[in-house]
Ligand binder design. Structure first.
Ligand SMILES: Nc1ncnc2c1ncn2[C@@H]1O[C@H](COP(=O)(O)OP(=O)(O)OP(=O)(O)O)[C@@H](O)[C@H]1O
Ligand SMILES: [Mg+2]
Length: 331
């Protein structure tokens, strides 16, 4: 404060600018750097002169700036570093840039994503080990008893039973990673959707179901049992998301998705519910096995459905607005 008292207003303003933690740079329209504060000078050393010049000169060339308006949050990536820049006009001489280095934030975000996946994998492994502990304990116990009384053949049945449980568990785990054997025929997907809906209609009588089926859709070549499983998983998720109250809309049609079906040779099936939608932090993890937000969920519905659809050369994705979309080739 004392220092300020002895300074002129201009000096005070300058020293405030100098000491702001964020880099501030003024650039003239003819691309001359008119001013940089201390943080900007440090940034220049950090990323190198050439990169720094590249970073601060590009906003001057933008159409919007030429048309005399300010822009907030311009994104620029230079090497590993990422920046957001707020650009304000500075009389009619040039622009003032407020630069935010967001590299650390995006690293953190990536890390968080990776950690989310790791947590899911660990959860998956501990679930498997937990499930294996039961049968292994059973086998151990029966074997110990058998040692004491080799005549008790019922114990051998117990051992066989527990071994079978272990075998089933291992089969279940390996199906997640093994390719599927598909038995494809031409099928009517509307019949399959109705079949899946009928399973839950009685259980949830208050849910309104809207069918927006495109009657002109051709039959498509799929493994009926497998695709029925996918419909059941998605429809069950929809019923669970609205907890028995609200509505579910099922729409079908020819997909003209620019990326996945630009020639219109695929069909789409959209399943939408009136629930809250997938929480933001779940979107990246939806299709990872054993990721669930439900008390009694296993978190396998979407991951196994994803696998089935992928084996059909199709797409299963969440398109926002409580809607899951499946795109399947006709042939
Ligand atoms: N229609 C939906 N609306 C909101 N969230 C959903 C919806 N469908 C799935 N989710 C979210 O995705 C998670 C994973 O779904 P997934 O079907 O794989 O597993 P689950 O339903 O939790 O358990 P499982 O299907 O094994 O019984 C759910 O726990 C839920 O958080
Ligand atoms: Mg589910």
């Amino acid at each position: 404060m004392l220092k300020f008292k002895s300074q002129s207003k201009k000096d005070i303003e300058k020293s405030i600018l100098e000491d702001i933690d964020e880099p501030i740079v003024a650039v003239s329209f003819d691309k001359k750097i008119l001013y940089k504060n201390n943080a900007a000078k440090e940034l220049e050393i950090l990323i190198g002169k050439k990169n720094f010049i590249d970073l601060v000169l590009f906003p001057v060339e933008l159409d919007k700036i030429k048309k005399n308006s300010s822009v907030k949050g311009l994104f620029r990536k230079i090497g590993k570093n990422q920046f957001l820049i707020d650009v304000s006009l500075f009389q009619d001489e040039g622009v003032i840039l407020l630069i935010k280095d967001i590299t650390r934030f995006s690293e953190l975000e990536n890390q968080a994503k990776k950690e989310g996946i790791l947590v899911a994998v660990f959860k998956y492994l501990s679930q498997i080990f937990h499930d294996m502990k039961g049968p292994i304990g059973g086998i151990k116990g029966s074997a110990q008893l058998l040692k004491e009384d080799p005549e008790d053949t019922e114990l051998i049945d117990d051992i066989l039973y527990e071994t079978k449980r272990l075998e089933n568990l291992i089969t279940e785990i390996t199906t997640i990673t093994k390719p599927l054997q598909l038995n494809k025929r031409y099928e009517n997907i509307h019949t399959l959707l109705d079949e899946a809906l009928n399973i839950y209609k009685k259980q949830y009588p208050d849910v309104e179901i809207k069918r927006r089926y495109d009657p002109s859709l051709p039959e498509i070549k799929i493994d009926k049992e497998q695709i029925l499983k996918v419909f059941i998983n998605l429809i069950r998720n929809a019923f669970e998301a609205i907890e028995g109250k609200g509505n579910i809309t099922i729409e079908t049609g020819i997909s003209w998705d620019k990326v996945y079906s630009p020639r219109g040779n695929k069909v789409f099936i959209r399943i939408k519910d009136s629930g809250k939608g997938v929480p933001e932090d779940m979107i990246d993890k939806l299709f990872i096995p054993f990721v669930t937000t439900k008390k009694n969920g296993m978190g396998v519905g979407l991951s196994s459905s994803f696998k089935i659809v992928k084996e059909h050369n199709g797409i299963l994705r969440y398109i926002g607005n409580s809607t899951f979309e499946i795109i399947l080739p006709i042939k």
